[in-house]
Design a protein around this ligand. Structure first.
Ligand code: GAL
Length: 739
């Protein structure tokens, strides 16, 4: 008895000293961040198995929406997040935009649209988890795929592979990001439940081989070192120790194969491409619910555990943030429109979300029976997927055809709309129709465009041509080929190249060069033309061969120029449309991207061997004519018929009441190509000559009570007289019942 008491006392003493040791442990032990899945001493709020994620021990079906914070203004975030939650999302997914957070190397920006900590806090406040896709390569139709431009000017740097200059820059950034937001993970009481490093690595895996795989494993570890300890995901090309997630359309077809390779991981669909992004010169893309809804239902019927709409709110590529050729609107025909307003699609999807969450238990835990098919005249017309748990069954009945079909289920005739899907809940021997994909809410939102009561009257100013010695821009001698990125520092789309050639005879001569992206030519001060009218998204396929350069398929352009006998001054303006978003657009590592005159310039097949000089940017850009202060440094003339390279300026007055409420947009009808600023803020590029975008988001946060200024830089003889400000007014209208 005595002995046992002593033992007891010793045990207590031991426990007390253990406790004290724990409390007295040096705080540095907290700095060592481990992947909590592999550390049995840490109880993680987020775990997973082959069926689903478990958040605080509860199986959770993720319905997430992509919402990129810099594509809207912070004042819009609370309402949109509230709307998202009420539409049935339980999660928001965002990429992290290194390009915007570190425009200048070593100077970090987490303010305004880049206030990621605030965005995360607002997600949490609205009851939404967050999937944080760090990248830092993100694609996303963002300038340079989300990488900062200055990487492209570093000697020896190769992006997205085992390369010291790239990894050093990436490491500094990711560690900084960790300091800013790692405390907002669920393990620290925040909303972040999953973190993604890199993005769709399989698109470049072949190019970078083993070095690439080594880099990918390092990227994952870097995430952990930066303090990210929630499970790590990687979409489409994952490292062995991260969760592999799927992107694209019809991904339900790939779940079985994924589970074979990675049986302990849940099937997560990180990008459900509900529509597509727009590029200049191509048609506008839209979402088709008749395709989108059955695809989502099928995904969950086939064992999916989480899905993220890409995009849920697309928003705007403000300023010069769009990738090469991307339109300023990134609306994506998403459920929450570019202006933050709910669309009819959002309301329809909400019905489906309610049904899915109601049945989350059986969807995540139930077993799947083999798919049954119903045939008519030998052709499969209907498929039935059943999920079973205890004595409950959830049947998903898919009409595979484009016509109305009737099938008999449990002795009752079910009529199915074309491509429609019906879900039936069966328990305790009784069944009911729980969901029909074509059902609609009684009221749906409708946007009415209302011309604002604003009178725009324009003044104008030409950007002077840098001809002769009088040009205001500072020219310096360059060798061709010339990559202008180091000089433009990606702060302007424009670069001027100047030379003179002496000809014995006058004539119409073919000028050819490799150019990224467009070329405008002046001869002896006279505008000749711009090529090309349209550009392809993948540049590797574009352009004719250059004379004497059979290899130079990329970016080659030609234009006929009239030259006089004697001396001709040639002025070439290269204009760009954003940096490429990925290797495949140029079929080279994206670190090799260049802008400017990328070959010698040929006249009728002969290289111009004269000296070339270069200057970056427009005079109006250097002098900031788009700001109130800058505008005062030049003379604005009453509006006249525009010439090439015109600036237009108008002011308008708003009352405090007017700047709140309905979102604002600008109708760019009549303009050609250029850029728009409101109160000194860059709204984005426009290219009305190419389309498809007509309206431009003017964020209310950038407007003010009193005098406002609108400034346009027009490259192509467009006129501002039809430009108008418009408000988007939302009303709820009875839905047209299509049953
Ligand atoms: C994916 C990519 C996304 C986005 C999308 C198209 O391949 O991961 O970032 O670019 O395509 O919108």
């Amino acid at each position: 008895m005595k002995i046992s008491t002593k033992c007891h006392q010793r045990t207590i003493l031991f426990l007390i000293s253990l406790l004290m040791l724990t409390f007295l442990a040096p705080s540095t032990s907290f700095a060592v961040v481990k992947d909590i899945r592999s550390d049995s001493t840490v109880s993680s709020p987020i775990t997973y198995d082959g069926k689903s994620l478990k958040i605080n021990g509860k199986r959770t079906l993720l319905i997430s929406g992509a919402f990129h914070y810099p594509r809207s203004t912070p004042d819009m975030w609370p309402q949109m997040l509230k709307e998202s939650k009420s539409a049935g999302l339980n999660c928001i997914e965002t990429y992290v935009f290194w390009e915007g957070h570190e425009r200048q190397e070593g100077k970090y920006d987490f303010s305004e649209r880049y206030n990621l900590p605030l965005f995360l806090d607002l997600c949490q406040k609205n009851g939404l988890y967050v999937i944080l896709r760090v990248g830092p390569y993100i694609c996303a139709e963002w300038n340079y795929g989300g990488l900062p431009w200055w990487l492209a000017t570093k000697p020896g740097l190769v992006t997205r592979t085992w390369n010291k200059p790239y990894m050093d820059a990436m490491e500094s950034w990711v560690m900084e990001l960790g300091r800013q937001v790692a405390n907002r993970q669920i393990s620290n009481g925040g909303p972040i439940i999953l973190v993604q490093m890199e993005n769709e690595y399989k698109n470049v895996a072949k190019r970078y081989g083993e070095e690439g795989q080594k880099y990918l494993a390092w990227a994952e570890q870097l995430g952990h070192r930066a303090g990210f300890n929630v499970p790590m995901i990687m979409c489409e090309g994952a490292s062995p120790s991260s969760i592999e997630t799927l992107n694209g359309n019809s991904v339900w077809k790939r779940i079985e194969e994924l589970h074979k390779r990675r049986p302990d991981q849940p099937a997560i669909w990180t990008e459900n491409w509900v529509a597509w992004y727009d590029i200049w010169g191509e048609k506008h893309h839209t979402m088709n619910l008749r395709v989108v809804i059955p695809e989502i239902i099928r995904f969950f019927a086939a064992g999916g555990a989480g899905m993220n709409y890409y995009m849920w709110h697309g928003g705007t590529n403000f300023g010069r943030t769009a990738m090469y050729l991307g339109t300023t609107s990134y609306d994506y025909d998403a459920a929450l429109d570019e202006y933050g307003l709910p669309t009819p699609n959002l309301q329809n999807l909400k019905l489906m979300h309610t049904f899915l969450q109601h049945n989350a238990g059986i969807i995540l835990e139930g077993s799947r029976s083999p798919v049954q098919s119903v045939k008519q005249n030998g052709k499969e017309v209907v498929q039935v997927c059943s999920v079973n748990r205890a004595d409950s069954v959830l049947d998903f009945v898919f009409n595979m055809t484009d016509s109305l079909k009737t099938v008999n289920m449990y002795g009752v005739d079910l009529s199915l709309q074309p491509k429609g899907v019906v879900a039936m809940e069966k328990s305790d021997g009784s069944f009911k129709v729980a969901y029909r994909s074509w059902d609609q809410p009684t009221l749906l939102p409708k946007v009415n465009l209302i011309t604002a009561n604003v009178c725009l009257s324009w003044t104008t100013r030409l950007d002077p041509l840098p001809t002769g010695v009088s040009g205001a821009a500072k020219f310096k001698v360059v060798q061709l080929p010339h990559n202008m990125l180091a000089e433009t520092r990606d702060e302007t789309d424009y670069g001027w190249y100047r030379t003179s050639v002496t000809r014995e005879k006058a004539g119409l001569i073919t000028l050819a060069a490799r150019v990224s992206d467009r070329l405008s030519v002046w001869v002896n001060g006279k505008f000749i033309g711009t090529v090309p009218d349209r550009l392809p998204e993948n540049r590797k396929l574009s352009g004719p061969y250059l004379p004497a350069d059979n290899d130079a398929k990329k970016f080659a352009l030609q234009i006929k120029v009239p030259l006089v006998a004697g001396k001709n001054e040639l002025l070439l303006l290269v204009s760009t449309l954003g940096m490429i978003k990925g290797d495949w657009m140029i079929d080279l590592p994206m670190s090799q991207t260049q802008q400017g005159l990328l070959s010698p310039v040929y006249l009728d097949g002969q290289i111009i061997n004269q000296q070339w000089s270069f200057a970056a940017g427009m005079v109006g850009e250097h002098n900031r004519w788009f700001t109130t202060g800058g505008a005062k440094t030049t003379d604005w003339k009453p509006y006249v018929k525009p010439a090439q390279l015109s600036w237009f300026r108008s002011s308008f007055t708003l009352t405090p009441k007017e700047i709140s409420g309905d979102p604002w947009m600008l109708d760019a009808e009549g303009l050609g190509k250029g850029m728009i600023w409101v109160n000194g803020r860059n709204i984005g590029r426009y290219w009305q000559d190419a389309g498809p975008q007509r309206y431009y988001h003017v964020p209310s946060a950038w407007l003010k009570a009193g005098a406002n200024e609108l400034v346009i830089f027009e490259e192509n003889n467009g006129t501002p007289q039809q430009v108008n400000l418009i408000r988007r007014h939302l009303t709820m209208e009875p839905a047209i019942i299509n049953n």
